[in-house]
Design a binder for this molecule. Structure first.
Ligand SMILES: [Zn+2]
Length: 186
């Protein structure tokens, strides 16, 4: 039984020894790679008296595809205003997974503290218009179905979100336009 199990490994022992000595791949992953059980890898490692390198503490962002995807999204302009739902969709991960890796990235200060905090897709939509179309806040609110977009912006600013000022005044008139009109009148 044992010989049969090792027979599969024959010819690949050297590779396995190398992997055991030089990588931090788990026994389980190595088992999959070599087509034998985790226990068999463990037994092999013990028999060969292999000292395995210590796995670095914490999460390795460079080697994590999900972290890399999250970082890529976070580097786009106004990425803090992308809702977590959109982020999850873009990374093709799950909500739990994304939250875990986001926490890690925030802790390491690799992403903005606000990145991934927004939950509402409607607010995300409103901000997307705010940043691209430069419409009055009330118009945007009507367009996406948010009655209180102005107060949401106020709240976000109070929480430290970087929301640039609207080019329109509270009456919905362009600030630049009314400025030129004022100058003409003089
Ligand atoms: Zn990660």
């Amino acid at each position: 039984m044992l010989t049969r199990r090792w027979a599969i490994l024959r010819g690949k022992e050297d590779n396995l020894v190398k992997d055991l000595k030089e990588t931090t791949l788990s026994f389980k992953k190595l088992g999959k790679k070599y087509g034998i059980s985790r226990q068999a890898i463990h037994a092999f490692s013990k028999r060969q008296r292999i000292k395995r390198p210590k796995r670095p503490k914490g999460h390795q962002t460079e080697g994590c595809p999900l972290c890399q995807k999250l970082l890529k999204i976070s580097k786009k302009p106004h990425s803090e205003f992308t809702s977590i739902r959109t982020i999850v969709k873009k990374t093709r991960g799950s909500m739990g997974e994304c939250q875990y890796h986001l926490r890690w990235l925030r802790e390491k200060r690799l992403v903005n503290e606000k990145f991934g905090r927004l939950h509402s897709k409607r607010i995300e939509e409103a901000y997307a218009i705010y940043f691209t179309k430069r419409l009055p806040i009330s118009t945007i609110g009507r367009e996406v179905g948010l009655k209180n977009f102005a107060s949401i912006i106020r709240q976000h600013r109070a929480w430290g979100w970087n929301v640039p000022p609207s080019p329109y005044d509270w009456r919905g008139r362009s600030r630049i336009q009314s400025e030129t009109q004022r100058r003409k009148r003089r």
